[in-house]
Structure formats: structure tokens, C-alpha cells
Ligand binder design. Structure first.
Ligand code: GAP
Length: 508
């Protein structure tokens, strides 16, 4: 049988992703949520090493974004007044068009169905659709404008397919000509329905419409509604930003690719409030800053790019937008969005709350609603990108070494302390070193197995330094420090070890 586009990609991608999922479980980075009950789709738990890595990513973001004069932090509640989500447009517009297969009950997002269908099958379905329409009918004329029969150019066919599937009238007719990518049956799709991605729950004891609240699908709205609270309490003047890290929830139709698209995830968002005339300059500034942040933490520059949104595809509130994309094993995927949101959000909250959110510009002696430049990164998605990017399998002395080359500041464990053998006073000395480092650094003590095996275990979880206490230590109070990537060793005095490590960890 012919491979679909997705199947072909999967053959290459599964290998690396499978290895990472398996490593994550085995070494305690990420577990399936509620695993003993069979798991909960789209939800993952962070294990002992995962929680360290995630915490380090968030800490680096927090320092980079808020340790500046013009950005303040905050932490808004997950549950917000339901009117917030009416004002933001989420109640009305935060939907995905969804179709079901009546035969196998698989559910698909209409707008991403094309990814699962080969170009040949797209062409066949378009041809069949064209032949089934009465010549001269309105539908036939419309199709004729979108699709020219006989064309063999894959890109032209794909573009035509996307346009037809988005068209309200032609879409159900095209769906009828397609086979379900899961069970292979033809003509089994339901018509498309709009599916709101917000999770609903109830506040208080009554489970009726008046008690409905939503689990926030983004942290951004908590920042917009606090704009004046933060501005006045911190006495900030424009331009300034508000940053927040927090959980977000989306009832995604198709969760996929491990942590890439999940139903519960964490965001790291910053909203920068500017004078309307200065929007372009700040948009360009943050676009550059944010890409640099990923690079500064060691992400491979060639695997990072911008994807600027074409004007006609911009969200209704955006004047300009770009995604920072990372080249995952399954292709390019967004890890952060940067938007010029204009004055849309604050204007809407003014309108829905009846409270003024205008800023008084003392210099210009005028009041106006600021424009907002948003930087919105996924902490969980960045976690996955950093994990994938640092994963290497290298041949060393005829054996494969699996290593996570995390930037030292991101590494879950900063140093391992290893007595060469469990005798001659080495364990006692190693324990003392471990005790002395522990208040300052996340360290790990390991005295089990051959030293080479212990190094490999640390390489596999990305520990940048291994400190070994050996015979020479007993004589001259020095230890060896082995660096993970080069595997080079250096002798360092025990007295100078902490300073040495702190310097190394912060120098990159
Ligand atoms: N406030 C704007 C906003 O939320 P978005 O593009 O929908 O914009 C921003 O989301 C970032 O949040 C994405 O770039 C991605 O990193 C992360 N994200 C969004 N949906 C996600 C999901 N279902 N699972 C994991 N991360 C997600």
C-alpha cells in the first residue's frame, strides 16, 4: 500500500522520538499521566529529572525576561471571570473544525486532515469531485476556479485541496470522496462541526449555566486584565511589560508527538505595552531577543527559524506575527509566537468590563489604549525542543554512548560525585564533597558499578560534570573533574571545587 505523507515522515521520526520517550520514562524525565490506569490522553507527568529541567527552563526565561527594569512579573489565577473569555473572543472563536469517521469513530481536525493524505489521493479526490458535479452548476464553477483539472504540480494540487476543504459548500462534497486515514473506508466522514477547545467547569455548588468557568487556555488574559494594577503599583511608564509563567489547558482534538501538543501544558508569556506609534520597533526588538534566548541556551541555530505569518492569515487581533520554529524529528514546529496584538485586547476588556484601561501619558499629556507586543512560549514545548536538540548517540571506543548535551544551566543534575572504589576512605571523602556541594548545586552521589558505567549513566541524563575521588585524592586533596561533551578530565583541588564548578556552569 502507498504510504501517506504522515506515514513516510513517521518512519524517520519515530525512531528518535521513541528513543526519547523511552529514555524519558526510564530515567525519570516524563511519565504518562495516570499510567497505572492506562494513561490519560494528552497529559504527562514530569519525573524527578524532568521537573528539574522544566524548572531550569522556566528560571532561565524568568531571569532573561523579568530581570530588566521595564518588565514586571505576576501570577494570575487559572480561573477567571467568564466574561474575560467572551471579551477575548475565546467563547466565540476558539474552535477547531472537527470531523468524525462514522465507521471507526476516529476524530480529525478538518484543517489538518490534508497532512494525512498523500498528493496522489488528493488529486484523485479532486478529480472525482469535479466529475461528479453537473457542468455549469454553481459548485462546478467554484471548483473550477480553485482547481484546474489535469495539473500534475503537487504544490498546486495541495493548495487547491486546502482551499476546497475550507470552502463551506465544497468541503462536504470533497470529504465524501476521501478515505478515512485510519480505517481506509470511503465516504464515512460526518460533516464538520465547530468544537470549542476550552475546558469548562463550575464554580460553587450549582452546576448550571450561571456557574460556568473555564480553565484558561492561555495566561495572556490574566495579564491584560491586570494591566493597570501592575502599572500603577510598580509605577511603570510605557513602554513596559508584564510576564507570567503558568499552566494552560486546551481540549485539543488530536494530541500528538509526545509533549508537542498536549491538553495541559505550561506557557511563558510576556505582554509588552507600548505607544501605538512605537509598535513596529518593539515587535522587531522582541522578535530578535526571543530567538537569541533559545540560542543562548545552546539550541542548534540551524534548527531554529522564523515563520512570519502572511498578512491574509493573521489572527483577527494581530497586525504582525511570527512563530519561532524548531526542526523536530517530525518537521518544523512552532515553539513560540510573537504578535503585535494592537490595542485589541485592552479595548475589548474596556468594552466588556465597562472600566477604562487607558494609560495617561504624562509627557504627551494624553490618554490612550496602549498597543501590545506579545511573546508567547510554551514551557513544555520548549522542554521537548531542548530535550530533542541535546540528544546524541555517539560511538566511543566501539560502543554507543547516549548523551544529553544540555546547556549546563539547564542540566537537571549539575555534578555527580563518584568514589573510584568503595574502600580506602574514598567513599567517606566523596560523601564529604557531596555534602559540601549540595547546598549550592543539585548533585548526585553514585558508588554503584564500574566507573565507566557510572559516567555513561550521567551522560545519558546530561550531567555536565563528574567528580571522581581516586587514590591521588587521598594524597593531594585533588579530584578529577570530567566534562561530559569532551570527556576530558582535569584535576582540581577540593577546596576550589565549588568555585570551579560555579564558574564553569555560569560561563557558557
Ligand atoms: N497568548 C497567545 C497564545 O497562547 P499560541 O500560539 O496559541 O498563542 C503559544 O500558544 C505557545 O504555547 C505555542 O507556541 C506553544 O509553544 C504553546 N502551546 C500552545 N498550545 C499547546 C499545546 N496544546 N500543547 C503544548 N504547548 C502548546
Amino acid at each position: 500500500m502507498e504510504d501517506t505523507v504522515i506515514e513516510k515522515k513517521n518512519k524517520n521520526q519515530n525512531d528518535v522520538i521513541d528513543k526519547i520517550v523511552s529514555l524519558s520514562k526510564r530515567r525519570g524525565f516524563v511519565f504518562q499521566s495516570s499510567e497505572i490506569y492506562g494513561g490519560l490522553n494528552g497529559c504527562w507527568d514530569y519525573g524527578p529529572l524532568g521537573v528539574e529541567l522544566l524548572k531550569n527552563i522556566k528560571e532561565e526565561w524568568w531571569k532573561f525576561m523579568t530581570y530588566r527594569e521595564n518588565v514586571e512579573g505576576q501570577d494570575a489565577a487559572i480561573l477567571m471571570h467568564p466574561r474575560v473569555w467572551e471579551a477575548s473572543g475565546h467563547v466565540e472563536n476558539f474552535t477547531d473544525p472537527m470531523i468524525d469517521c462514522k465507521q471507526c469513530k476516529a476524530r480529525f481536525r478538518l484543517d489538518t486532515l490534508a497532512e494525512q493524505i498523500s498528493d496522489k489521493k488528493k488529486e484523485k479526490a479532486l478529480m472525482e469531485l469535479s466529475q461528479s458535479l453537473n457542468e455549469g452548476s454553481e459548485a462546478a464553477e467554484k471548483l473550477g476556479k480553485l482547481y484546474q483539472q489535469g495539473t500534475k504540480d503537487a504544490e498546486v494540487i495541495s493548495t487547491a485541496f486546502d482551499a476546497v476543504i475550507e470552502d463551506k459548500e465544497l468541503s462536504p462534497l470533497l470529504l465524501n470522496k476521501l478515505n478515512c486515514p485510519q480505517c481506509g473506508n470511503a465516504g464515512t466522514f460526518t460533516s464538520a462541526r465547530q468544537f470549542n477547545l476550552m475546558f469548562k467547569t463550575f464554580i460553587g455548588p450549582l452546576e448550571d449555566a450561571s456557574a460556568v468557568v473555564y480553565l484558561r487556555p492561555e495566561t495572556a488574559q490574566g495579564i491584560f486584565v491586570n494591566f493597570l494594577n501592575v502599572q500603577s503599583s510598580s509605577r511603570q511608564k510605557l513602554p513596559f511589560g508584564i510576564a507570567q509563567i503558568g499552566k494552560a489547558f486546551r481540549n485539543e482534538i488530536n494530541t500528538k508527538n509526545f509533549l508537542f501538543r498536549t491538553r495541559e501544558f505550561e506557557q511563558m508569556e510576556m505582554q509588552f505595552f507600548v505607544k501605538p506609534v512605537e509598535d513596529k520597533q518593539w515587535y522587531d526588538y522582541w522578535k530578535k531577543e526571543r530567538l537569541e534566548w533559545f540560542k543562548s541556551l545552546g539550541m542548534t541555530p540551524e534548527k531554529l527559524r522564523y515563520h512570519d505569518h502572511p498578512k491574509e492569515k493573521l489572527a483577527h487581533y494581530a497586525k504582525e506575527a511570527t512563530d519561532i520554529e524548531y526542526l523536530f524529528p517530525f518537521g518544523w514546529g512552532e515553539i513560540e509566537g510573537i504578535h503585535n496584538r494592537t490595542n485589541f485586547d485592552l479595548s475589548r476588556h474596556q468594552e466588556y468590563s465597562g472600566k477604562s484601561l487607558k494609560y495617561f501619558d504624562e509627557e504627551a499629556k494624553e490618554k490612550y489604549v496602549p498597543f501590545i507586543i506579545e511573546t508567547s512560549a510554551g514551557a513544555s514545548r520548549s522542554f521537548m525542543a531542548f530535550l530533542v536538540d541535546s540528544f546524541y548517540e555517539e560511538e566511543v571506543n566501539g560502543e554507543i554512548r547516549s548523551v544529553l548535551k544540555f546547556h549546563p544551566r539547564l542540566a537537571p543534575i549539575k555534578a555527580a560525585v563518584l568514589p573510584l572504589v568503595n574502600k580506602d576512605g574514598m567513599p567517606e571523602l566523596a560523601r564529604k564533597i557531596d555534602d559540601d556541594l549540595r547546598p549550592f548545586l543539585k548533585v548526585f552521589y553514585d558508588d554503584k558499578g564500574a566507573i565507566g558505567r557510572r559516567y555513561r549513566r550521567q551522560d545519558e541524563i546530561g550531567t555536565p560534570y563528574c567528580i571522581t575521588v581516586d587514590t591521588q585524592t587521598l594524597e593531594d586533596q585533588t579530584v578529577t573533574v570530567r566534562e561530559r561533551d569532551s570527556m576530558q578530565q582535569e584535576r582540581v583541588k577540593i577546596d576550589e571545587l565549588l568555585t570551579y564548578l560555579l564558574k564553569k556552569l555560569n560561563s557558557k
